[in-house]
Every structure is written in C-alpha cells, then in structure tokens.
Design a protein. Structure first.
Lengths: 148, 125
C-alpha cells in the first residue's frame, strides 16, 4: 500500500485510541483502587500493632515498596501493569517498580553504572522535581514565617 | 461497617487518582515518567496549599498511597522541619520526609535486582 507518513498517522490514530479507553479506565480504576485498599489494610494493621498514624503510614509505604520490588523481581508486576495502566503506575508501588525494573534490566552493565545508575532513570527525576518543589515551598514558607 | 466504609473510600479516591493519571497518558500523551513527576509535584503544591490533608482525612490510604501523597509528605515534612529548625529546615525537610520511601526503594530494589534475573519488559520511557 502506498501511503504518506501523514496518512499513516491518521490511520494509526483511528485504530489505537477510542475504544481502548472504555476498557482501560475501569481496569485502571479497579486495580489502582485495590492497591490503595492493600495500603489501607497495612495502615490498619500497623495501627493495631501500636504504631501511631504517621509511623504506620511510613511502614505502609515501606511494605508496599517491598511488595512491589518483589513482584517486579518475579516478573509479576509488569504483567499486572499491562492491564492496569496508570493503576499500577500512580501508587507508590509504581515508583518502586520504576526503581527495580531498570536496575534489573541493566544489571549486565555492572553494579555501578548498570544496577545503581539505572535505578534512578525514572526515580531520579521524580526525586529531583519533588525536592525542588518542596524546596521552593520551603523558601516561601520560611519567608512568610518571618513576617507573620 | 465503619471499616468497610474506610476501604470503600480508599478504593474510590485511589482509583480516581489513577484514572486521572491514565487520562493524562491517553489524552496528553504524557510518558509514564512524566506522570510520576507531575503527580509528585502536584502533591507538593496541594500539600503546600493545605488542600491535600483533608483528602487524606477522608480517604486514608486512597490519598497517601498514590504519588500525590508522596508529594504531600514532602510539603508537610518541609513545614515541620522549618518549624523545628528554622532556615536549615529548608535543606533537611524534603529529604527527611521522603527518607523511608526512597531508602526502601533503594535497598529492596538493589536486593531484588541482585537476586532475580530479568524476565519481562520494563517500564519504558
């Protein structure tokens, strides 16, 4: 078939989107919501074990990161992610997956420039912009605090 | 009944936040990495404006588990550090707030990548 690049793009676009959204969005919602319920379970568990609300939140994050790392290692997280889209990306488990996955993939390039460096391919930007945003807020908060 | 409602609220709010992420991917063609960055920064802004804390009071893990909760934690940690240590807090607040999550990701990530072999495709930029 003889088509220009532009024609190809419009044809490709017609076939990719639209119908997919009806399927992906409910799946995203269900899986994302389910991961948050697992989080809620751990918050309640750690509170029950006697941690205060802040500490049980921190322990829940640590637990979810651990579970996500393990599932990523076993190759299971990607399998769920295929269906869940942002449902497995937006929760903190997605952050952990973004750390572990490239670390594993680039293991062959060595422990320093492979595993350790690639760990932060996606997590790095998240930390950089998170810290920058918090820093800017910190400056504003500090300065307004001086005058109030 | 109360506990069921708690899970329902976590499920709904968490699910909605993920759907927002998915819509951003589908409509704006943002890459997953950009979604993660946007959610954390959005969380910092919402946390700074004191908008996010009420959402956490309502939804619990539905608001803390998504990365906007991570961002909110950064803002909250920053505020607490400045209240406690003044100017130095601007430099310590961010990292001390996210210390546990980032440390866990590094340690477990390292261990897992040492133990397991890659079998599947990765999250692509």
């Amino acid at each position: 078939m003889n088509i220009t690049k532009k024609e190809y793009k419009t044809i490709a676009k017609k076939h990719e989107g639209t119908s997919k959204l009806y399927i992906t969005l409910p799946k995203t919602f269900l899986i994302g919501g389910f991961i948050c319920c697992i989080g809620q379970f751990f918050i309640n568990l750690y509170s029950y074990l006697g941690l205060d609300i802040e500490k049980s939140g921190i322990m829940t994050t640590v637990t979810l990161v651990f579970l996500s790392a393990l599932l990523t290692g076993l190759g299971l997280y990607e399998r769920i992610a295929k269906h869940a889209g942002a449902g497995t990306l937006v929760p903190v488990t997605g952050f952990a997956n973004a750390v572990v996955s490239p670390a594993m993939e680039f293991k062959s390039e060595g422990l320093i420039l492979g595993t350790a460096a690639k760990m932060f391919v996606i997590a790095g930007p998240v930390i950089v912009y998170g810290i920058l945003a918090a820093f800017i807020y910190g400056i504003i908060y500090y300065i307004t605090g001086l005058f109030m | 009944m109360d506990i069921l409602l708690e899970y329902l609220k976590a499920f709904l709010v968490g699910g909605i936040l993920c759907v927002i992420g998915q819509l951003l991917i589908d409509i704006t063609k943002l890459t997953p990495a950009r979604i993660l960055v946007s959610f954390v920064v959005a969380g910092v802004i919402l946390g700074a404006l004191d908008i996010y804390e009420p959402v956490i009071d309502f939804a619990g893990a539905g608001a803390t588990v998504p990365l906007t909760g991570f961002g909110n934690m950064l803002a909250k940690g920053m505020r607490e550090a400045i209240d406690k240590d003044g100017f130095i807090g601007i430099f310590t607040g961010g990292f001390s707030a996210c210390a546990a999550g980032v440390c866990a990701a590094i340690v477990f990530g390292f261990l897992v990548s040492i133990i397991f072999k890659k079998t599947d495709r990765t999250l692509q930029e």
